[in-house]
Design a protein around this ligand. Structure first.
Ligand code: GLU
Length: 484
């Protein structure tokens, strides 16, 4: 029987969702879902110093918003709980002791002072010094005597004395390290709590995780993890290490250096679906040039072999382009639901038809946050200079604009019905009468109505939305300006 694929997202609640973390979650989700498996959420909250109020909510919200629904987790339970690491603290000591019994780990009673002096006496004064295995050589009686006397201890992993450790990573291939390089790392701390390096192995095993997907910064610890699996006689998981997401060729994306988190992107008007789509391609390729994928489509076509080990650069321009594509191709009602709050914020109380404005905007937006800047002129005619009336392609200049506006004014004043069609028909008839090019009339009218060098919508749409009174007023303003 084929084993069920189980992946886990194991975030530490830091208070924001780093793009790299979201990508890890997405790949974990996709690896599971593309193979009919389960995606598990485990909150790794044991680093008390890093704990932030409300930080787990950020995790839940992000997973909900992005549609990366987990099958097991702290909020929904499951057969392998608890799913919050701090609630599992009682589970590790027995496993550590099992390793001691197997000769794969040992008690260490060294004082802080002794360990410090080890560091200092380390030849080059390196910041990191391997533990010198002082306590490995204690006899069982000595150990027992110290335990009985209540001497504080840690439990260390006993690394092999010689040889090498090899494991295969799906992305990075076969990796071999010299065991001599491996430190006898601490598994259980003096306070009785496990180190992260121990807890994650025990947790992954107990939760039957088949694929461990994490950032490549964990690659160097993986030999030690692998040795732990071996020491217990457990089946190691498939390792999938992901290269860092980069800001540029040399720097990792980092929140501390101002790079955007998922929440930042949402606040900047990016769509969840576009972000997820973009992030999917940051290190994975479908094998062809296709770029637009819904999450559902990704679930169907994701394949672990498409992961790449070259670091990807987070390109906001590309995301912005993709976001625009999503907005263009979105069902109008869905788009309107997203745009409406921004439109109300910019134009609330003006009585303008926001749906009509949204229709004009949908094909031209890159992000929702572009909305206020694009629609401000509807509320108030901006101050503008008459140079806007000069447009080479439209073959207009001040003079032509003035005569066109003067001709358009009485025609529009006399219109019985005020709507896009009637305005269109009237202006086009006027173009014919005057024997000029369309642009020579429409550009000046559009400019007078918007006071902007470009606008969503042309003369007819703007006039329709602004209404008769306001449109006529703006055309008169234009005439006055051009007459000066
Ligand atoms: N809590 C770890 C982190 O947020 C998880 C690493 C892992 O996936 O094992 O970096």
């Amino acid at each position: 029987m084929k084993m069920e694929v189980r992946t886990r997202f194991a975030p530490s609640p830091t208070g924001y969702m780093h793009i790299g973390n979201l990508r890890t979650a997405l790949y974990e989700y996709l690896i599971a879902k593309s193979q009919g498996g389960k995606f598990i959420l485990r909150i790794e909250d044991t680093d008390q110093e890093r704990l932030v109020e409300g930080a787990t909510d950020v995790i839940y919200n992000t997973l909900r918003m992005t549609g990366l629904h987990h099958d097991e987790g702290p909020d929904i339970g499951g057969d392998y709980g608890p799913y919050v690491q701090s609630e599992r603290m009682g589970m590790y000591m027995d496993y550590a002791k099992e390793l001691v019994e197997k000769g794969q780990a040992y008690y260490c009673f060294c004082t802080k002072e002794r360990l410090e002096s080890l560091k200092e006496s380390n030849a080059e004064g390196a910041a990191f010094a391997k533990y010198d295995r002082h306590c490995l050589h204690l006899s069982p009686e000595e150990v027992q005597a110290k335990l009985d006397a209540g001497v504080p201890y840690v439990i260390r992993q006993k690394m092999p004395d010689s040889g090498t450790t090899t494991f295969t990573d799906v992305v990075y291939g076969e990796i071999t390290v010299d065991n001599a390089e491996l430190d006898d790392q601490i598994l259980m701390k003096a306070d009785g709590f496990p180190t992260y390096n121990f807890a994650n192995v025990v947790d992954d095993h107990l939760m039957c995780i088949t694929h461990v997907v994490r950032g490549s910064e964990y690659l160097s610890s993986t030999p030690k993890y692998n040795l732990l699996y071996e020491a217990f006689g457990w089946e190691p998981p498939v390792y999938v290490h992901l290269p860092a997401v980069m800001r540029d060729a040399h720097h990792k994306l980092s929140k501390r250096h101002g790079d955007k988190s998922f929440e930042d992107l949402i606040n900047e008007g990016y769509l969840v679906d576009a972000i997820v789509n973009y992030i999917a391609l940051l290190g994975w390729s479908p094998g062809d040039t296709r770029e637009i994928f819904t999450l559902k489509e990704l679930e169907e076509c994701f394949d672990i072999s498409g992961l790449s080990k070259s670091p990807s650069i987070f390109d906001i321009k590309k995301l912005t382009w993709m976001n625009g594509e999503y907005m263009k191709n979105m069902d109008f009602e869905k788009f309107y639901a997203l745009a409406e709050p921004k439109l109300t914020e910019a134009l609330g109380g003006t009585g303008l038809d926001l749906r009509k404005i949204a229709e004009l905007l949908q094909k031209r937006l890159e992000t929702l946050n572009d909305i206020p800047g694009l629609v401000g002129f509807f509320k108030e005619l901006p101050e503008y200079g008459t140079e806007l009336y000069t447009h080479k392609k439209m073959k207009t200049n001040d003079e032509i604009a003035l005569s066109s506006l003067k001709a358009a004014l009485p025609v529009l004043e006399g219109l019985a019905d005020w709507n896009t069609q009637s305005i269109h028909d009237a202006l086009m008839a006027l173009v014919g009468e005057l024997g000029i090019k369309n642009g020579q009339l429409l550009w000046p009218v559009r400019t007078a109505l918007s006071g902007e060098p470009t606008s969503p919508g042309g003369a007819m749409e703007l006039a329709d939305i602004l209404g008769r009174e306001e449109s006529l007023r703006r055309i008169r303003v234009g005439i006055e300006m051009l007459e000066k």
